[in-house]
Structures are given as structure tokens and as C-alpha cells.
Design a protein around this ligand. Sequence first.
Ligand SMILES: [Fe+2]
Length: 633
Amino acid sequence: MGDYTLAFKPAIGLYGQHDPSAVLFEDGTPVFGIEEERLTRQKHAPETFPTNAITACLDYCDLELAHLDEIYLPYDPHLRSRIRSHYISDALRAPGVTRKLSALEETLVSEVQSKVAPTRKIENRLAEIGTPVPPIETRSHHRCHAASAFHPSGFDDALVMTIDAKGEFDSTVIWRGHQGGLTRVKTYEHPNSLGLFFAIITEYLGYRMFNGEGKVMGLAPYGEENPEIERTLRNLIDTGAEYDVTELTKRWGTGYGVERLEKEFGRTQKESPESFTQWEKDLAYTTQKLLEEIVTDIVRTYAPGIGSGNVALAGGVALNCKLNKAIRETAVVDDLFIQPVAHDAGLALGAGWVGQRPSAVEPLTDVYYGPEYDTAEIESELQTNKIEYEEPENLERYVAERLADGALVGWFQGRMELGPRALGARSILADPRTAASRDRVNRFVKHREEWRPFAPSMREEAAAEYLVDGQPAPFMINSFDVDPEKADDLTAVVHPADETTRPQTVREDQHPRYHRLLTEFEAITDVPILLNTSFNDHGEPIVNTPTEAVKDFYGMGLDVLVLEDYVLEKDAPNTPTGRSLDVTSRDSSRSTFVAADDNHGTGSAGRHADAGTENSNGEPTATTRILSNISTR
Ligand SMILES: [Fe+2]
């Protein structure tokens, strides 16, 4: 048995309120990791102890809690006291005497707990999973963010930036990453918080903090320069490397900042994030612009002193892929690594790595740390539920044909991704070439705002061809301009307002089957790209189990569901071609399906030469050949 350690992010008490997760390390290497939301099915799993995630980690290696050598928590309660005065002031501002006293009592209790028994609550919860509870070590929040970015970056040295709302007393920290570890260079203390600044705008525009920030970023390109908005914001905050946003963020939470914005702009907070006015789009634009101005100025200021052109990023603000593009394009930056689980769920990775030599940590090339389900389990599940399924001989070719026909495909393959992006393990896929395809995904599947862009997966080999300054970008956390000559090939996955895209590049070793699917799609269409959006319904976490995938398949307007080796089709696909399998022609003695060539008279066979049973050369198409060999079990 190896040496096992566990790192997890609780979301209770002193340890934050959102995005709990757990990662199991074997001999210092992560072997399993999952966010609690995937198991509770409540997005971000607020105020939750990650019992399910911890248990899943232990089960993966058939361990008891007592088998662990050590447990790491990515928050050091002792460091809270540095901003004790802020907690007390916030408590004193609570409305009414009763709430004031209650808030003060809560602050006092937290203060005592952080000094006397910082991990007792955690120990008690762990004891419900197993005893004896292994030793627990607490590690600074931002140091864990920093290690999560630098240690797996592959860099020998780097400017490391950790930017979030708050962790202990830190809001933004500049580090020098080197082979000895991480040296703190500059700290922007709470409440001088870029995460909170962006969250306040997010709430002002009608979204929720820690949830709608990405949507505000997506809205920004629809805005324009607006001198009145910019003047007002610049009067409230200082930009540049010595930024100061405390006029808006001086009190924890978004309430104070939103009230300030209401007063300064003379406009009330938006009730719900629907049908944005041009002014609101301009506010998103200006906010994004100022954020980029601040962070790129920090990079320009500190990179020369650190003496490295490498930059590594983590913390919730690093999920802002537009900001990441601006950093990448800053002249002093040669190479940029963004840890893809940049928000607090990724702290569990950093907590496990922070005590290791950076060079001992393997470069991160994928985040498939979650559960997987073998075909026997899936088969049993489908048979129990009396669901028809097929097993194509050439699954990737079959699915590529269906995608080229316009089908919306649920794609469930291998170990689930850790982090917010679906990367070909729990994805919904579609043809990237037309706006109509994007609209079908919105209308039938994701039920989300039509203006929000989708993102592509592409063969890594194609990045240089399709992207300006294209380079490997395996995590959908960095955006690029699209080569104008290639833009028509990926209409569905380009931001309509600024013509950028946020790709996942895929290498064979990262996900062999997904890479094969992209290759097959290219063989049919000449385009090695697919629209890839997360496999979940609006507002829900990404699916984890085959059962959840099947439920979503029938609850959403998907045409095809691929569960490992098996394919489920709906009887009446709402695709342009409407190709379906004729189950009535199945030979009952051997359960062999044949091609139905059922185009429902609405087909786009003319659009793709081999979308019918014969291609332009009069030969059977790949789909026809495959369908004639499909068998059930
Ligand atoms: Fe954080």
C-alpha cells in the first residue's frame, strides 16, 4: 500500500461557504478528486461538509479514513486574526441590537475557535466517516492556490498570482515561484479584493456572487466604451499595480458595494439578469476593462523583478478567460499556465502539493480525476430500466456521422472532470459550423441565454491553424482570436461580439476516445472541432453517473446519448436530418439493427455528401456500414 494523504476544502464554519471538494493523493500524486456538488447535486454545494467527496476518495482506493497518513485543509484559521477588526466592524453594522449582538457573538466564537480548536469541528465531522481521525494540518488558503498553479505548471520559475474574493486576510497575492517553493512578494489584503469588486458588479447586474461572474464576463464584449460609466467607476476605484477598490469592497459581502453603485449611478440594482440594456452591457464592458487594466499592470510591474516571463495563475478570478487572454498578450509574458480548477474547489489540489518540491509534481495535462463506470455497470443499468441501446463497432465514426447530421449528443466517457469545464468526459456535443447548431443547443438542451457563447474542443494539431497565436490550451480557461479565414468553420463557438473563442485542445494521450471522435468528425467534415458544453441542465452541476446522464437525456432535447461503448437514440430525433435506427427491423434472434435511412423528409443530406446511405460516389456511407453491424446485447 502506498502512502495516502487527503486534502479537502470544507465549506462550513471557518472554512468558507462554497465549492467543497476532496482530492486523494497516493505517494504525493493525486489519484482521485471530486467536487461535493457532483454528489449532492446542488451547484457549488454551499455550506456543506464534503462527506460524499471524502467517502468517494476513500472508496476509490478501498481505504478507511484511518489508513490516511495525514489530512490537509486549505485554510489556516490562525491567520484570520490579522483582519479581526474587519469582522468586528462588520458585526457592529448588523441592523438592530439583537442581530448586532448575535453577529458579535458569532464573531467571538469564531475567533476563539480559530485560536483554541481550529480543526475541532472538522475532526468531529470526519469521525462520522471513520476513526481514529488522522492528523490534520491547516495550510494557508492563498499558498494552496499558489501551489495549485505553480507546482504543476512545468515552470522552473514564474510570477505566480492568486486572485480571489478572500482567503484568510489575502485577496490578491504575488508570489515568486522557484525550485525551492513559493516566496510571497506582495499582498493585497482584505478588503482590497478584485474578486469582491467583480462580484459586486455581478450582483448589481442581477446575478449572484460566486455564480454569475462568468456571465458578466461573457456580456462584456457586447458593451462599448462609455465615458460616463468609466468616469464614475474610476472615481470609486484606483487601477494600476497599486490598485485600490476598497471604496466598494470595504465591507464583506456585496450589499455595501451594490448600494454605493446605486447611489453613484442613480440606478437601482437589476432585479433579474434578463434582457440587458446597452448601459448594462457597457457596465460589464467597463468592469472587465478595468479588471484587465489592473491585473496586466501588476504583471508588468512585478515580472521584471521576479526575472521570469512565466506566469502561473489561480484563485476564482483566474476563471475569467478574457482576463487570461489579456495577461497572455502582455509583452513581458512568455508563457502562461492557469490551473483549471482555479476556484476554491481546486484548493484541495494545492493543499496536497504545497509541501512538495515543485519539480516533484508532474505537469498537469488533464483533470480526469473523478469516477468512471464500466460498460458492464452501464449495461446492467440500461437493462434494468428497459432502455434500448446499441453498440456500434466503430463508435467514434458513428457518433461523428450523427454530429455531422446535426444531432445533439450527450457524451459520457471515462473519468469525470474535476472543475467547472466539461472536457470530453461529461459533455454535450454538437456541430460547430453553423449558428443554427448553436441555436439548437440553446433551444433543446441548455435553455440558457441566447447571447452566451459556447466553446469548442479541437484536435491540438489544429490549434495553430484555427487560432491566432494558437497553442495547446487543454482546459477551456484561455481565450484566443480566431483566424478570420477559418471563422466560418466554427461559427457556433465564436463569441458573436468579439469573435474570440475559448478552446479545449485535445491530444491523443489526454483523452484517446475524444481525440478519435474529433479525428472522425474531421474526416467527414474537414473540421477537427466540436461544440462542447457541459453535460447538465440549466443551473445544475455536471452529471456524474450514467443514471443522471440517462435522466438528462430524456429530460432534455438530446438526440443521442453515448455511454462508454453504448449508444441510445431517441425515436423521433429533432435534428435536421432525423436519422434514426429502425428498431422494428431488428432480427430478434440476434438483435441486429439495420440502417433505417429515415430522414423524415427534412434532411440536410445535400449539405453533407455522405449523410445518406450512399455517398456521392455511390458507395455505402460509413454510417450505413456501421449501422448494419450494430448489435445489442
Ligand atoms: Fe479562494
